[in-house]
Design a protein around this ligand. Structure first.
Ligand code: PPS
Length: 248
């Protein structure tokens, strides 16, 4: 068992009283404590020496937010920088931070992770984490509004933040990301999402993998069961309901 600390799971109130998020990419498996002193020690042990003083100052009253327990396979996968075990690269051009050429939009549990084999192609780069940049409606609205008003600065900012969640890639390589959540949600959200993706990169290609919805539901259930300690009829029943309600 381990607690999963994502990048935005730590909050504190600083002297201004505002809630802040401290990005903690280094908090990882093997650590399982809700003792605040231990948590702070753990954090400070794991930040880079350059960041330590700044982080220390920010470690005020911290609320620990416990996410669901993840299975080991998921965790190991997530920590890999690249999906391919080999580093094969044809391009001799310099890699840079940029938005992707291809987005795997779903569907969840249909083998979207298998797209990762493309990372072994000498001209493709794929990272197994899911950036989920187009998840939130507010982000989509912001991108669409920026495009409508010609706010290039805002669009540049969006591209920059999105790119920061992806590996660097040269211009003659194919940069691929996948976030199966993109295919989810209501129809109008998905339309906004598609539009926002097109605004961010007009040449973007989308890949969708579909599969038998019943197998998908079982796969989803098994994953949930792996990730949570809770079992029992009520849990399984509510999950089945959720899975089917979220499937159009
Ligand atoms: N190539 C290929 N063809 C068909 N199915 C495949 C393939 N590769 C992986 N899988 C199965 O896909 C399930 C995981 O799907 P995802 O990678 O999309 O999961 S996730 O949404 O990213 O969590 C998971 O299904 P279950 O094993 O039933 O859970 C994988 O076994």
């Amino acid at each position: 068992e381990f607690i999963f600390f994502g990048t935005n799971l730590w909050h504190k109130n600083d002297i201004t009283g505002k809630e802040k998020t401290i990005p903690l990419k280094y908090a990882e498996r093997g650590f399982n404590s809700e003792n605040i002193e231990e948590v702070h020690d753990y954090i400070l042990d794991h930040v880079s020496p350059y960041d330590r003083e700044g982080v220390k100052r920010n470690l005020g009253p911290t609320t620990i937010i416990r996410e669901e327990i993840r299975d080991k396979a998921y965790y190991d996968d997530k920590l890999l920088d690249h999906a391919c075990p080999m580093d094969i690269r044809r391009s001799e051009k310099i890699k840079r931070s940029r938005v992707p050429d291809i987005i795997g939009i779903g569907f969840a549990k249909c083998g979207t992770g298998a797209l990762a084999f493309l990372d072994c192609h000498p001209s493709a780069t794929f990272r197994t984490n899911e950036p989920r940049y187009f998840d939130k409606e507010s982000v989509l609205d912001d991108i669409i509004a920026a495009n409508e008003t010609g706010n290039l600065e805002a669009l540049r900012r969006h591209r920059k933040i999105y790119a920061s969640r992806l590996p660097h890639a040269a211009d003659d390589e194919l940069l691929i990301e996948k976030s199966p959540q993109y295919a989810g949600g209501k129809d109008y959200i998905r339309k906004k999402r598609a539009l926002a993706m097109k605004i961010i990169n007009p040449n973007v290609k989308l890949v969708a993998i579909v599969c038998d919805p019943v197998k998908r539901a079982y796969s989803q259930l098994r994953m949930k069961a792996r990730r949570t300690a809770v079992t029992g009829f009520h849990f399984v029943f509510s999950l089945v309901l959720r899975v089917f309600l979220s499937t159009d």
